[in-house]
Ligand binder design. Structure first.
Ligand code: AMP
Length: 214
C-alpha cells in the first residue's frame, strides 16, 4: 500500500502512521522527523532548517521534493510506504505523482484525519517528544510513566520548539492556505478517504484498519 496521511498539525498523524507502518511492515516516512534530525545538527543547513521550522514556515519545495523522491527510490519502500507530513501543498502533490510515475507505481489512498480546531491547539500544546528515540507523548492523554521522562530510555522529554503558541497559529495558517487545497486535489483523483480523527489512539487505529480493510 502506498499511503499519504493528511490532516492539520496535531491531528495524530505521526502516531497513527508509525503504528500503521509497523502493522503493514512498510516504512513510515515523515518529512518533519527527517527535517528535525538535520535541524539538530550544528551545520549551515541545520541552522537554516531550524529557523524555517521554528517560524512555522514550510521548507522550500525543491529541497523537500528531492529528499522524498530519493527516499521513495530506496528498496525498503518498493512494497509500499506511509507518507506523513508530505505532500504539504499542491506542487508537492504533483511532484509526488511524478516521482511515483517514474517508479512505475501510484498512490493507493490519501487519508484525511478530521479533527476540530480547538482540539488541535490542545493536542499540540500538550505534546512532548523524546529527541533520543522519537517517541511522542501527551501530558493529558498519553503521559509518560515517570514525570517528563521517556518510558523507553529515560531521556528528558521536550516540547517541540514549533509547538509554542505563536508558531502553532502560524502553522495552522500555512495549513489552511497551502495544505487544505490537497483535499480537492486527491478527491478529484478518487484517492481521498476522510476519517474521523477523534477518540483514543486505539479507537483511531481500529478505524484506520477498517478503512484499509485490514
Ligand atoms: P511536522 O512534524 O510534519 O509538523 O513538520 C514540522 C515542520 O517541518 C513543518 O512546520 C515544516 O517547517 C517542515 N516540514 C515538514 N514536512 C514538510 C513538507 N512536506 N514541506 C515543507 N516543509 C515541511
Amino acid at each position: 500500500m502506498r499511503i499519504v496521511i493528511l490532516g492539520p498539525p496535531g491531528a495524530g498523524k505521526g502516531t497513527q502512521a508509525s503504528r500503521l507502518a509497523d502493522h503493514l511492515g512498510i516504512p513510515h516516512i515523515a518529512t518533519g522527523d527527517i527535517f528535525r534530525q538535520v535541524a539538530a545538527e550544528e551545520t549551515e543547513l541545520g541552522r537554516r532548517l531550524r529557523a524555517t521550522m521554528d517560524a512555522g514556515e514550510l521548507v522550500p519545495d525543491e529541497f523537500t521534493n528531492e529528499l522524498v523522491k530519493d527516499r521513495l527510490a530506496k528498496s525498503d519502500a518498493s512494497n509500499g510506504f506511509i507518507l506523513d507530513g508530505y505532500p504539504r501543498n499542491v506542487d508537492q502533490a504533483a511532484a509526488l505523482d511524478e516521482a511515483l510515475d517514474d517508479l512505475g507505481t501510484k498512490l493507493s489512498h490519501a487519508i484525511k484525519f478530521m479533527v476540530r480546531g480547538d482540539d488541535i491547539v490542545r493536542r499540540l500544546s500538550g505534546r512532548r517528544i523524546c529527541l533520543e528515540c522519537g517517541a511522542v507523548y501527551h501530558m493529558e492523554t498519553h503521559p509518560p510513566q515517570e514525570n517528563e521522562k521517556c518510558d523507553h530510555d529515560g531521556t528528558s522529554l521536550v516540547r517541540r520548539e514549533d509547538d509554542m503558541e505563536d508558531t502553532i497559529l502560524r502553522r495552522l495558517e500555512v495549513y489552511g492556505e497551502q495544505t487544505r487545497p490537497l483535499y480537492d486535489f486527491y478527491r478529484e483523483r478518487g484517492k481521498l478517504v476522510e476519517m474521523d480523527g477523534l477518540g483514543s489512539e486505539e479507537e483511531v487505529f481500529e478505524r484506520l484498519l477498517g478503512i484499509l480493510g485490514h
